[in-house]
Write a protein that binds this ligand. Sequence first.
Ligand SMILES: CC(C)(COP(=O)(O)OP(=O)(O)OC[C@H]1O[C@@H](n2cnc3c(N)ncnc32)[C@H](O)[C@@H]1OP(=O)(O)O)[C@@H](O)C(=O)NCCC(=O)NCCS
Length: 170
Amino acid sequence: MRGEMVVLRPPCESDVEAAYAWDRDPELAAWNGRPPIKISFEAARRDYLARWKDSSVKTFIIEPRTDGDEPIGMATLYDFRNEGCELGIKIGRDDLRGYGHGAEAVELLLSYCFDVMGLKAVRGSTLAHNVRMQRVFEKLGFAESGDGSIISRFDNKRYTELFYERRWDA
Ligand SMILES: CC(C)(COP(=O)(O)OP(=O)(O)OC[C@H]1O[C@@H](n2cnc3c(N)ncnc32)[C@H](O)[C@@H]1OP(=O)(O)O)[C@@H](O)C(=O)NCCC(=O)NCCS
């Protein structure tokens, strides 16, 4: 899938290193409410390759359209049910965030979900202090569908989580 700034493609073996670096990054882990992974590169590699083959989860590598083919992030569609799915996304490097890559990637994923997969809804959630992700949801027509309280596995503190949903006919 090609946008103006990013390309989304399926992951391959050469993406394992980037995926491992992102999953060990404490900042990214905090945004996801879980601890950085501690397992070895080999164990993580096995996990990734198995997950990327699992047809119940769709993983996409985000690459910039212009600056070569270095992966800059990852997006996942999962929990397919009730004609919808859940969306997760990360842009790996802090200095690449805030330039529109995330929003365009979500826009491409929405087209994929609605036009290719025929889904009727895409759901997402984020921590209440994750303003960037909330902006991405809002810009792309997601409606806030509720909130909840969670204990983050990153620091065992309580946070508010906001839930969003984008209907195909919104
Ligand atoms: C959340 C994330 C995917 C968004 O992708 P991105 O490429 O950074 O986002 P975009 O540039 O497309 O859009 C960000 C929006 O937030 C705004 N923004 C950027 N930095 C901001 C900041 N520090 N505070 C508030 N708003 C900010 C931008 O201005 C933009 O809104 P606008 O288009 O109305 O101006 C990315 O920042 C990321 O991976 N963050 C870390 C991991 C994460 O939070 N993942 C989501 C977990 S639910």
